[in-house]
Ligand binder design. Structure first.
Ligand SMILES: Cc1cc2nc3c(=O)[nH]c(=O)nc-3n(C[C@H](O)[C@H](O)[C@H](O)COP(=O)(O)OP(=O)(O)OC[C@H]3O[C@@H](n4cnc5c(N)ncnc54)[C@H](O)[C@@H]3O)c2cc1C
Length: 542
């Protein structure tokens, strides 16, 4: 293990996570760091921060993928930046362990004040299949994959002749009627028909459908009762869009490769299920002795200090900071910014022996984009609709982007897109060449007789049926039932033949999907594996 130390006599402030909270902590403390009054260290697993407010515009090719990213080394110039994954926080020893991505080698850093800004992580426990079969919008890698996936759906729909498959390709399901879900659904319903009309002559544009699924009875709970007219305006636009189907009081019960299964039992054919169903705070917080709110955030006092501690501060999505109206700050960027700034003011006050100042911010405004240059926004309590709302949203974004270079690039993107059109490059970043877990619901076909196959499957849990088409056109004949430990699809991989049977999930079934390249590499490496993979109880299935 390596110790990361320099000039130990100066008070050392260590920020965990380089999100909005840390950026605004840094703005307030950087002068002290420059004058060598303190040492400031920021640790983040990425050397960039992702600006999530721009995700819907990036997904739909309005701005370039890079415009979302802010380089942390340009932001934290007067601080020591450490690119690693935080593994452990020891409050007794006042030290943090982090590891490097290459091989897990660990490093240690000690602190006098600790600032928690770890953001949030995806909640994979919401419904089965969320990990395997949804497009997710939290990590940059996932966002980039989602962007290319959407464009790929258009490319595939343009050459597809089977109407059932065309429906799957042109149905997009968005789970979550919060800001992120409504923005994504609205931008998609604007973007997909628009580019299909212009660039994909074979796509039946009227078949493009974005289904927005929301568990509550009204979308945009964030607008709540405070701005009923704004919420009604957003609802009107969403419900009036011929390409959006809004389903309230409905939940996604599971996500599979070809269908979204709803809690009502309805099954929506789709190859694109986008999850905007929420996040949970970093699991690292659970290792600390502080009180947490119902969603797992660290509860702080009015000075942004973890309750009961003199030297641990928290801000942003990982902190429940009390507001003057008795509620806690919501997990949105503006609250991360202002609580980060407040924590910095109070760390400075602690170091210079002055009185701490309570957090008094009550909100500046908010905006939800609704596609086609429209948004529902409010600034200092004043509601703004349509174009005025959208321009105020752009103003917010430009104001809060932390790096000047990025502001200029974003402005450039916004100017260029209306002139030259959206960027439609599909880099195929999704393509799996290895082994991926997949899940199917009862009754779903995993492979279909007659299809070209490029992979085999190993059953982890559940049962499947191997079915062969009947000669006389009657119901298919059951050839075999396979269960955990069995595999199928090997003939397509090892003999290059088409699937000679359909394999259908009998129960919910979890499988490993092994691509041809990976299966061949495995069988080349060991005669034992080769023998096991190329012969199976389901030989007849291929
Ligand atoms: C799809 C989507 C759309 C959104 N749209 C909006 C919007 O329109 N408006 C809005 O106000 N908010 C929006 N949000 C919410 C907003 O992004 C967050 O509220 C904001 O980013 C929180 O800032 P933060 O400083 O708390 O954390 P973050 O900005 O998330 O930063 C946390 C940092 O901690 C790092 N980190 C976490 N764990 C570790 C670890 N173990 N080791 C090392 N580093 C670690 C991460 O890499 C990350 O850089 C959206 C969020 C999503 C997912």
């Amino acid at each position: 293990m390596t110790t990361s130390q320099a000039k130990p006599s100066l008070p050392h402030v260590v920020a965990l996570g380089g999100g909005f909270g840390s950026m605004y902590l840094y703005k307030t403390l950087s002068r002290m760091a420059r004058r060598k009054k303190i040492r400031l260290t920021v640790i983040d697993r990425n050397n960039y921060n992702c600006f999530h407010g721009l995700v819907p515009e990036m997904l739909t090719g309005k701005i370039s993928p890079n415009s979302l990213l802010n380089p942390l080394r340009s932001v934290f110039r007067e601080a020591q930046f450490r690119n690693g994954t935080i593994e452990k926080i020891d409050l007794d020893k006042k030290e943090v362990l982090f590891s490097r991505g290459l091989d897990g080698k660990q490093f240690q850093v000690t602190f006098d004040h600790l600032f928690l800004n770890l953001g949030s992580v995806e909640n994979f426990s919401l419904f089965p299949g969320i990990r395997e079969h949804t497009l997710r919008l939290k990590s940059y890698a996932d966002i980039l994959q989602a962007r290319h996936h959407l464009i790929m759906m258009l490319e595939l729909a343009d050459i597809e002749e089977d109407p059932v498959e065309v429906e799957r390709l042109l149905n997009f399901v968005v789970a979550g009627g919060n800001y992120a879900g409504v923005e994504v659904a609205s931008e998609l319903a604007d973007f997909l028909p628009r580019v299909a009309r212009k660039r994909f002559p074979n796509i039946p544009v009227d078949k493009i459908r974005v289904t927005l699924i929301h568990s509550g009875d009204r979308i945009l709970p964030e607008l709540g009762n405070q701005f009923p007219k704004l919420r009604a305006y957003a609802e009107r636009l969403v419900m009036g869009n011929p390409h959006i189907r809004l389903m309230t009081k409905t939940r996604l019960a599971s996500a599979t490769q070809e269908e979204a299964v709803l809690n009502t039992g309805e099954r929506l054919p789709s190859r694109s299920i986008i999850s905007c169903t929420g996040t949970i705070p970093s699991p690292l917080l659970g290792t600390l002795p502080f009180k947490r709110d119902r969603s797992g955030r660290i509860i702080t006092d009015e000075f942004c200090r973890a309750e009961g501690s003199e030297f641990v501060w928290a801000s942003g999505d990982c902190a429940a900071v009390p507001r003057s109206d008795g509620t806690y700050c919501p997990p949105l960027a503006i609250w991360a910014i202002t609580t980060g700034r407040q924590a910095a003011i109070n760390i400075k006050a602690t170091l210079t022996g002055r009185r701490l100042k309570p957090y008094r911010f009550n909100g500046l405004g908010d905006a939800c984009t609704l596609g086609n240059w429209r948004a529902a926004a409010h600034v200092k309590g004043i509601p703004l609709y349509g174009l005025a709302g959208y321009l105020s949203w752009r103003g917010f974004v430009l104001a809060y982007l932390p790096v000047w270079e990025k502001k200029v690039r974003l402005l450039f993107d916004w100017l260029v897109a209306p002139i030259f059109g959206r960027d439609l490059i599909n880099m195929n970043v999704h393509r799996s060449v290895g082994v991926t877990p997949v899940m199917f619901e009862p009754g779903q076909d995993i492979v279909r007789e007659g299809d070209v196959g490029q992979s085999l499957y190993i059953i982890r849990t559940g049962e499947v049926e191997v079915l062969k088409r009947a000669e006389n056109g009657g119901p298919p004949d059951l050839q075999a039932t396979l269960q955990a430990g069995d595999h199928f699809g090997e003939a397509a991989v090892f003999q290059g033949v088409r699937r000679t049977a359909t394999v259908r999930a009998k129960t919910r079934v979890e499988l490993l999907h092994v691509m041809r390249e990976a299966a061949l590499a495995l069988s080349d490496s060991s005669p034992f594996i080769a023998e096991r993979l190329s012969s199976s109880p389901a030989d007849s299935s291929d």
